[in-house]
Design a protein around this ligand. Structure first.
Ligand SMILES: [Zn+2]
Ligand SMILES: [Zn+2]
Length: 469
């Protein structure tokens, strides 16, 4: 029984771990590296194992940094079975197709640039994978996992997906392994959510196990409270709409968009928001993700489930418009005030939100509300950091709109929640920390007691079954 680390080691993205047991090779996640050119170039590198040798891929959830290299894995020879929850199958399809489209677009752009420079005699750049590759990979999705129902993957390997409370369909995966009469229980956290959020249930308390592989994204930090953040959102909306302005919310398509819709609906119903609003969800991907949320009430928490059983749509409010078509999106520019415009991308690095910023950010009446993470070097980060002017599509605009950064909507557990979760795993012999920046990981590791902590490097292999001296 062995585990090898092939991604999200000493870093947040590219999750990929390989288990070997009872003659089978099982991958847990196959995510993409994200953030900056160097990291994205890493996506094209060899996996560190032969994709054709993998029997099973267990997917914790459908974020790009967990499922984004599946089409590449298939393109390079994977023939096994992919097992995940029903909601993750649908979301992963959306996420992989979107990624394929973006890579095709990027390759076309680079090739045009090359052609201008080098004429006809140049080597064409290939996308990492194409839409066709993404579609092909869908054929390998097999059995659906239900929360808390064990699946016998193969003799000696039994997996149970437990709710991770992170995004729709997300799971931690508990594996009971047996090889030559030896038993070992290993738990992969996937990404863990915060407790007390709007749509999803809290993470299910994990079982006691021998080994834990866990994320540490916010291993060194505590989040702001959710309730005050919701109040802050209402306040920002009321102030802006009250003075006749528009609100731009750069939005992540998956989970955050649906949560913001949920809070806006609650605000309108309960009087937290005191104006009639025109709300535009101006992102084809966020619209598709919202449809998928509606298909999966089995993932809702009690309150959201009750709403939907009572015939209410948790993600709808009066004045809500889904604008999928480009022409509809452009028509929003004619609106002079009183509109909430939610558009991607969340970090303003691409997508329709840049058009809306161009039309709104120079006007004092308007506001821009950031509700998610903004990486260094992105347009969102520059605005948050107080830039007086920004460039969009080669034109310069003054930043006159009011800028809000509301921090309490994270989909990730903070240090306290991570510690609480780990505390329920019953003093595992070994804890591997992954999916975190080295500083966050080190800080978190100092908080763990009664366990051997390892922060593996890329390519490290460990034998399972270590017993503390
Ligand atoms: Zn995630
Ligand atoms: Zn992740």
């Amino acid at each position: 029984m062995k585990i090898a680390f092939h991604g999200a080691d000493q870093g947040v993205t590219g999750s990929c771990h390989l288990l070997e047991c009872a003659g089978k090779r099982i991958l847990v996640d196959c995510g993409m590296y994200q953030g900056g050119r160097e990291l994205s170039e890493e996506n094209a590198e060899p996996f560190g194992f032969d994709p054709a040798s993998i029997d099973y891929l267990l997917l914790t959830h459908a974020h790009l940094d967990h499922c984004g290299r599946i089409p590449l894995l298939v393109k390079r020879g994977f023939q096994g079975e992919i097992i995940t929850t029903a909601a993750s199958v649908e979301l992963a399809r959306l996420v992989m197709l979107d990624a394929a489209g973006l890579q095709e677009e990027e390759a076309r752009y680079q090739n045009r640039k090359l052609r201008r420079k080098a004429g006809k005699h140049r080597a064409a750049i290939e996308p990492l994978y194409t839409t066709l590759d993404a579609l092909n990979s869908l054929e390998f999705f097999g059995r659906h996992a239900l929360y808390d129902k064990p699946i016998d993957i193969a003799p000696g390997i039994r997996a149970t997906f437990i709710d991770a409370g992170h995004i729709l369909g997300s799971a931690a995966i508990d594996l009971r392994l047996e090889e030559n009469g030896r038993k070992h229980r290993i738990l992969f956290s996937g990404d863990l959510g915060n407790s007390g959020r709007a749509i999803l249930r809290d993470p299910t308390p994990p079982p006691a196990v021998d080994t834990v592989v866990m994320e540490t994204t916010y291993g060194d930090r505590l989040h702001k409270q959710l309730r005050p953040s919701i109040e802050e959102l209402y306040d920002a909306v009321n102030r802006t709409v009250g003075r006749g302005g528009n609100v731009i919310i750069p939005t992540f398509a998956l989970e955050r968009a649906q949560e913001i819709l949920y809070y806006l609906r609650e605000g309108v119903e309960r009087g937290g928001i005191d104006h009639y609003l025109n709300v535009f969800l101006d992102s084809p991907m966020a619209i598709s993700a919202t449809e998928i949320f509606r298909h999966h009430p089995e993932c809702y928490n009690g309150k959201t489930l009750k709403l939907s059983m009572d015939g209410d749509d948790p993600f709808s409010l009066p004045g809500l418009h889904f604008t999928r078509e480009t022409a509809e999106s452009m028509a929003i520019n004619q609106i002079d005030g009183g509109a909430i415009i939610m558009a991607g991308s969340g970090m303003c690095t691409g997508g329709r939100v840049r058009h809306h910023l161009k039309h709104n950010i120079w006007n004092r009446r308007n506001s821009v509300i950031f509700v998610g993470y903004a990486a260094r070097g992105t347009l969102a980060r520059r605005i948050i950091d107080g830039a007086k002017k920004i460039r969009i599509f080669g034109e310069e605009f003054p930043v006159n709109a009011e800028i809000y950064t509301i921090g309490g909507f994270s989909a990730h557990a903070d240090q306290a929640e991570l510690l609480r979760w780990h505390g329920q795993t019953g003093h595992p012999g070994t804890t591997f920390l992954v999916h975190g920046d080295p500083d966050a990981m080190r800080t978190f590791s100092q908080k763990l007691t009664h366990t051997r902590v390892i922060m593996p490097e890329q390519g490290e292999v460990h034998t399972l079954g270590y017993s503390p001296p």
